[in-house]
Design a protein around this ligand. Structure first.
Ligand code: ADP
Ligand code: MG
Length: 139
Protein backbone atom coordinates (compact mmCIF):
# COMPACT_ATOMS: atom_id res chain seq x y z
CA UNK A 1 0.00 0.00 0.00
CA UNK A 2 1.40 3.36 -1.01
CA UNK A 3 2.09 5.91 1.70
CA UNK A 4 2.61 3.54 4.60
CA UNK A 5 6.35 2.89 4.60
CA UNK A 6 9.45 4.98 5.02
CA UNK A 7 13.14 4.23 5.19
CA UNK A 8 15.50 5.29 7.98
CA UNK A 9 19.14 4.93 8.84
CA UNK A 10 20.86 5.55 12.15
CA UNK A 11 24.03 7.25 10.99
CA UNK A 12 27.61 6.25 11.92
CA UNK A 13 28.26 8.73 14.73
CA UNK A 14 25.02 7.78 16.52
CA UNK A 15 25.86 4.06 16.21
CA UNK A 16 29.35 4.83 17.54
CA UNK A 17 27.84 6.67 20.52
CA UNK A 18 25.65 3.62 21.33
CA UNK A 19 22.44 5.55 20.68
CA UNK A 20 20.76 2.96 18.44
CA UNK A 21 18.65 1.52 21.29
CA UNK A 22 17.42 4.91 22.49
CA UNK A 23 16.61 6.05 18.95
CA UNK A 24 14.76 2.82 18.05
CA UNK A 25 12.75 3.12 21.28
CA UNK A 26 11.64 6.64 20.27
CA UNK A 27 10.74 5.41 16.78
CA UNK A 28 8.66 2.48 18.11
CA UNK A 29 6.98 4.68 20.73
CA UNK A 30 6.22 7.11 17.90
CA UNK A 31 3.93 4.46 16.41
CA UNK A 32 6.23 3.07 13.73
CA UNK A 33 6.47 -0.68 13.19
CA UNK A 34 9.86 -2.08 12.19
CA UNK A 35 9.41 -4.09 8.98
CA UNK A 36 13.10 -4.78 8.31
CA UNK A 37 16.29 -4.01 10.21
CA UNK A 38 19.95 -4.40 9.33
CA UNK A 39 23.31 -3.31 10.74
CA UNK A 40 25.56 -2.75 7.76
CA UNK A 41 28.27 -0.50 6.41
CA UNK A 42 28.26 1.47 3.16
CA UNK A 43 31.23 1.66 0.88
CA UNK A 44 32.04 5.20 -0.24
CA UNK A 45 30.68 4.25 -3.66
CA UNK A 46 27.35 3.06 -2.16
CA UNK A 47 27.08 6.20 -0.03
CA UNK A 48 27.69 8.24 -3.20
CA UNK A 49 24.88 6.40 -4.97
CA UNK A 50 22.49 6.71 -2.02
CA UNK A 51 23.10 10.49 -1.84
CA UNK A 52 23.43 10.91 -5.63
CA UNK A 53 20.88 13.73 -5.64
CA UNK A 54 23.38 15.87 -3.68
CA UNK A 55 26.30 15.27 -6.07
CA UNK A 56 28.04 18.56 -6.85
CA UNK A 57 26.95 20.27 -3.61
CA UNK A 58 29.75 21.60 -1.37
CA UNK A 59 29.03 19.08 1.38
CA UNK A 60 28.76 16.01 -0.92
CA UNK A 61 32.33 14.65 -0.54
CA UNK A 62 32.42 15.02 3.25
CA UNK A 63 28.90 13.55 3.46
CA UNK A 64 29.81 10.34 1.64
CA UNK A 65 33.10 10.02 3.53
CA UNK A 66 31.25 10.38 6.85
CA UNK A 67 28.44 8.00 5.84
CA UNK A 68 30.91 5.28 4.87
CA UNK A 69 33.09 5.77 7.93
CA UNK A 70 31.40 3.19 10.18
CA UNK A 71 28.41 0.90 10.53
CA UNK A 72 24.87 2.22 10.15
CA UNK A 73 21.54 0.70 11.20
CA UNK A 74 19.09 0.62 8.29
CA UNK A 75 15.35 0.04 8.74
CA UNK A 76 12.05 0.01 6.90
CA UNK A 77 9.26 1.51 9.01
CA UNK A 78 5.50 1.17 8.64
CA UNK A 79 2.81 3.59 9.75
CA UNK A 80 -0.05 5.46 8.11
CA UNK A 81 1.41 8.58 6.50
CA UNK A 82 4.88 7.17 7.26
CA UNK A 83 7.07 9.58 5.27
CA UNK A 84 5.55 12.81 6.59
CA UNK A 85 5.09 11.53 10.15
CA UNK A 86 8.68 10.29 10.30
CA UNK A 87 10.03 13.62 8.99
CA UNK A 88 8.06 15.23 11.83
CA UNK A 89 9.63 12.91 14.43
CA UNK A 90 13.05 13.41 12.79
CA UNK A 91 13.10 17.22 12.85
CA UNK A 92 14.88 19.67 10.59
CA UNK A 93 18.25 18.82 8.96
CA UNK A 94 20.05 21.29 11.24
CA UNK A 95 19.50 20.33 14.92
CA UNK A 96 19.67 24.01 15.87
CA UNK A 97 16.48 24.52 13.85
CA UNK A 98 14.81 21.25 14.91
CA UNK A 99 11.77 21.32 17.20
CA UNK A 100 11.99 20.08 20.77
CA UNK A 101 11.23 16.35 21.13
CA UNK A 102 12.55 15.54 17.65
CA UNK A 103 15.25 12.92 17.14
CA UNK A 104 17.68 15.40 15.64
CA UNK A 105 17.16 17.90 18.47
CA UNK A 106 18.01 15.16 20.94
CA UNK A 107 20.66 13.12 19.12
CA UNK A 108 22.27 15.17 16.31
CA UNK A 109 25.69 16.76 16.72
CA UNK A 110 25.48 19.16 13.78
CA UNK A 111 23.82 19.78 10.42
CA UNK A 112 26.14 17.23 8.81
CA UNK A 113 26.31 14.69 11.65
CA UNK A 114 22.59 14.66 12.30
CA UNK A 115 22.17 11.11 13.67
CA UNK A 116 19.22 9.83 11.63
CA UNK A 117 18.04 9.73 8.00
CA UNK A 118 14.42 9.79 6.83
CA UNK A 119 13.03 9.47 3.29
CA UNK A 120 11.54 12.62 1.79
CA UNK A 121 8.83 11.05 -0.44
CA UNK A 122 6.96 7.77 -0.98
CA UNK A 123 8.91 7.26 -4.19
CA UNK A 124 12.27 7.68 -2.46
CA UNK A 125 11.14 5.54 0.49
CA UNK A 126 10.69 2.63 -1.92
CA UNK A 127 13.94 3.32 -3.78
CA UNK A 128 15.87 3.55 -0.50
CA UNK A 129 14.21 0.46 1.04
CA UNK A 130 15.09 -1.53 -2.08
CA UNK A 131 18.65 -0.17 -1.99
CA UNK A 132 19.23 -1.85 1.38
CA UNK A 133 16.82 -4.79 1.55
CA UNK A 134 16.03 -7.67 -0.77
CA UNK A 135 12.43 -8.90 -1.08
CA UNK A 136 13.01 -11.87 1.22
CA UNK A 137 14.35 -9.54 3.96
CA UNK A 138 10.99 -7.71 4.04
CA UNK A 139 7.68 -9.04 5.23
P1 ADP B 1 17.72 15.58 5.16
O1 ADP B 1 18.62 14.48 5.68
O2 ADP B 1 17.12 16.39 6.26
O3 ADP B 1 16.72 15.09 4.15
P2 ADP B 1 19.21 16.61 2.90
O4 ADP B 1 18.57 15.55 2.08
O5 ADP B 1 19.12 18.02 2.41
O6 ADP B 1 18.68 16.61 4.40
O7 ADP B 1 20.75 16.29 3.07
C1 ADP B 1 21.21 14.96 3.25
C2 ADP B 1 22.24 14.95 4.36
O8 ADP B 1 23.38 15.72 3.94
C3 ADP B 1 21.82 15.64 5.67
O9 ADP B 1 21.06 14.81 6.51
C4 ADP B 1 23.14 16.01 6.29
O10 ADP B 1 23.79 14.87 6.85
C5 ADP B 1 23.93 16.44 5.05
N1 ADP B 1 23.79 17.88 4.78
C6 ADP B 1 22.74 18.51 4.19
N2 ADP B 1 22.95 19.83 4.08
C7 ADP B 1 24.17 20.06 4.60
C8 ADP B 1 24.98 21.23 4.77
N3 ADP B 1 24.55 22.43 4.39
N4 ADP B 1 26.19 21.09 5.34
C9 ADP B 1 26.63 19.87 5.74
N5 ADP B 1 25.94 18.72 5.60
C10 ADP B 1 24.72 18.81 5.04
MG1 MG C 1 16.99 14.23 2.28
Amino acid sequence: MSGNITFTMIKPEAVEKKETGAILKRIIEGGFKIKALKMTRLTKEQAGEFYGVHKGKPFYESLITYMSNGPILAAILEKNNAVADFRKLLGKTDPNEADECTLRKEFAESKSKNAVHGSDSDENANIEANFFFSKRERF
